[in-house]
Design a protein around this ligand. Sequence first.
Ligand SMILES: Nc1ncnc2c1ncn2[C@@H]1O[C@H](COP(=O)(O)OP(=O)(O)OP(=O)(O)O)[C@@H](O)[C@H]1O
Length: 318
Amino acid sequence: MQAVGAAAAFSPAVTPSPARRRAVDSGKGFSRSCRSGRVSVSAAGYSQLEVRRVSYRPPGTEQNLLNEISLNLREKSFGLLFGRSGSGKTTLLQKYNDSGNPMGPPELLTAQRVGIVFQFPERYFLADTVLEEITFGWPRQNTDFLFREKLALKLQNAINSVGLNGISLEEDPQSLSGGFKRRLALAIQLVQTPDLLLLDEPLAGLDWKARADVVNLLKDLKKDHTILAVSHDLRELYPLVDRSWRMEMGGVLKEEALPFENSGASKCKQNFDGEIIDFSPNSHRWNEETMSDADFCLGKGRLQEVETYILCAANVGQ
Ligand SMILES: Nc1ncnc2c1ncn2[C@@H]1O[C@H](COP(=O)(O)OP(=O)(O)OP(=O)(O)O)[C@@H](O)[C@H]1O
């Protein structure tokens, strides 16, 4: 186990361009003085990600948004953070300023070993072709030739591993389907072969087919990566989840298993806040307000279609 820094040290695996970074970072500045705790990512073979007693209070506010958050995750396992909107889940994944005090040997983990895919990553695509998008953040200086060459060698691997190999590298990223845009966002991170992938709402805004595709892709990626995702889509991700935590308002994180069965269609569903609700057709709570965006994609709550979707999600894990 190796600590990266006393306050955390995640950053995207491929350094985003200034424009992309501005877009990604907008609205969330961090004040070093308000943050405490530790985030560690082990070297390969050493088993896990560890977050220990991380607290954070946004500048100018009176209350902690994150309160002594601790979690750990085994290597090549899938962790899920869920909970109410605004409880601080995304903030926990965000890039932290380095505040020093690394723990020392055996091996300091570089930030390049962590890949982050933010929510709606396609909104930050800037290039005209798939190839340019993937290589956008690569170093341009002549002195970086060897590093660029190393990245180029990994490019095909990354493209294959997300199933983009049938797509021309000359394709305009904006012309890709929603699911393929997500694949591209993952490929951008995977080129640098990170050990840990942090994903913020990986299924958000996709139709049911693309969601099922991305879940299957994540299942494959889990064979080689440790993945920590923030999501409201508990049911769909459930087959992948090894550990899950609920973030409560006030910034307290509690480990909580997802209440689904191992196989077959579930009678449970969650609302926008990750709260588990009764799924039975006669339930007075069964209405559009309590459904997730996936249900809306499927026809605004006609029960038959939602049942199909639940069954489809249940099949993903088999
Ligand atoms: N640096 C900051 N300054 C001020 N407010 C902040 C800062 N960082 C986060 N916040 C606020 O903290 C709250 C929690 O945000 P966050 O995006 O982490 O929640 P979340 O649990 O991921 O929500 P959702 O599920 O809707 O994505 C938000 O109201 C956000 O505006």
